[in-house]
Design a protein around this ligand. Structure first.
Ligand code: ZN
Length: 169
């Protein structure tokens, strides 16, 4: 079991764009396992994208732990093929922005295509928390953070809050 270091804002590596995964091999399996270990060790995280642990590859791990039940989902090379016109607003947080939460508006439903760990193609219509989480994590692959959707003032506040929290530790 390896727990990876989660990058925290304003680390500029969080702004890098991630590249496509080409090889579905044992190295990828290890990366995914380490990412799940890191996600579970975080305690409150429901999703983690590879760039958050300094790996600029299009890899996402999600476990919403709905109703206390673990349901790990590995998402490689995701692509949103359709987004609903209707939006929903939900309070989001991020392991790279510890202690800060804010409402973000996103499409309510999405159709997403991705590959699993073995390279099998998966197509799914996602709604609710899963839709929000996948959109948040795909943004990470593009170097976008949820605070990028907020006003300059709120963004500044998020950075100050994170700095303050880190000092406390
Ligand atoms: Zn995040």
């Amino acid at each position: 079991m390896s727990i990876l270091e989660i990058l925290i804002i304003p680390d500029k590596r969080l702004k890098y764009k991630s590249s496509i995964v080409e090889d579905f091999n044992s190295e990828l399996e290890k990366t995914v396992k380490d990412m799940f270990d890191t996600l579970y060790a975080s305690g409150n995280g429901i999703g983690l994208a590879a760039p958050q642990v300094g790996i600029t590859k299009r890899i996402i791990v999600i476990d919403l732990k709905e109703e206390g039940k673990s349901n790990p989902i590995t998402i490689i090379n995701p692509k949103v093929i359709n987004s609903s016109v209707e939006n929903i607003s939900n309070e989001e947080g991020c392991l790279s922005i510890p202690g800060y939460y804010a409402n973000v508006e996103r499409p309510k439903e999405i159709d997403v295509e991705w590959s699993d760990l073995k390279g099998n193609k998966i197509k799914k219509n996602c709604s609710g928390l899963l839709s929000i989480c996948i959109q948040h994590e795909i943004d990470h692959l593009e170097g976008i953070l949820f605070i990028d959707y907020l006003s300059k003032l709120k963004k500044k506040r998020a950075l100050e809050k994170v700095k303050k929290n880190l000092k406390k530790e």
